[in-house]
Write a protein that binds this ligand. Sequence first.
Ligand code: ATP
Ligand code: MG
Length: 366
Amino acid sequence: MTYLDNPFTPSFGEVPVHLAGRRQIVSSILQAFQSERRRPELTALLSGARGTGKTTLLSLLAAKAEPLGWISVETTARPGMLDDIEIGVRRRASHLLKKQKTANVAGVDIAAIGGLSFHAPSQEPSNWRSRMEDILDQLEQLDCGLLITVDEIDPNLPDMIELAIVYQHFVREGRRVALIMAGLPHNVSALISDKTVSFLRRAQSFKLGRIADIDVNTALVRTISEYGREADPAGLSSAVKEISGFPFLMQLIGYRAWDISPTSNSISASDFQQGIQVAREEMESRILEATYRELSSEDIRFLNAMLVDEEDSSIADITKRLNRSSSQVAQYRRRLIDAGVIGERKRGVVGFDLPYFRDYLINMTC
Ligand SMILES: Nc1ncnc2c1ncn2[C@@H]1O[C@H](COP(=O)(O)OP(=O)(O)OP(=O)(O)O)[C@@H](O)[C@H]1O
Ligand SMILES: [Mg+2]
């Protein structure tokens, strides 16, 4: 019995064997990495609900940037992220950069004191911006750019604002820098409404919505066949329908279906059915619970008002049910669309976008 390796990646931020969709985002950013003239895509904001592939895209873009002449540093928004970036770039570019000297104060080696560091022999004071400028000067001489990626945008983090402000100076100075940040939609919109970083409103914004069924189908077929198996056509189409364009679910269903009969050279319709069942339970603990916790009580009231309808709901009906003004309802609607929980079906009509969330809410209210 030979067990074939399971190629699916139902984890977090793991670049899949075949990326479904997202071609336009990837190609426009890669084009910017290669362009002689500075293109706006070098400052990009990716926003999407949980499991839509933000971290994955950041990793993929960072990996693809390097052969195109960019040093890339991947970071997550957290206190100390500026240090992470500086240390990261020194490591990644250690073969290109001159060695940093440390100052010697009273016989003790000190590289940094209260945000300032002193470099022997001149003991010139420096801060994060000036140290990064030194690094960028050296990279520029080698025709090398610097890409910084920031995951899990946190608009309340002072380091995040500091990074954006200093980055703007780098851009104005004509340096070869790129900043690609990703986060949940409400965090991205809170960041761009911060007055001190208003230039981010002009950044290229990419919304990671649902992926077209045809792209999910292609990625599934390629992944399965490249790893030596076939997929039953009916089973495959039921999986594609169930996935409904949600990247994490594609990996989860693929992974579970693969493991049902791992020694067979094909994945049968029944394997897919069983895989779907297991994946549905896992979605609840890994995506739905976290999404629910992030909603406000007004958001939940809005969603509960949608449950009255068998399928999609009209905004006019929801407004009546909630007994709120149209502008308040419009605000909740926008927030829930941004969060990837619901989507607009046609003008004035919305439906659930996050797979299984409707059933999850029904169970919560029972
Ligand atoms: N375009 C895609 N095609 C196929 N699989 C994908 C795609 N994007 C992401 N995935 C898979 O989905 C999983 C979840 O993606 P990822 O962790 O990047 O989501 P996320 O948006 O960062 O979620 P979170 O908000 O929870 O951090 C990954 O392990 C990855 O393998
Ligand atoms: Mg992520």
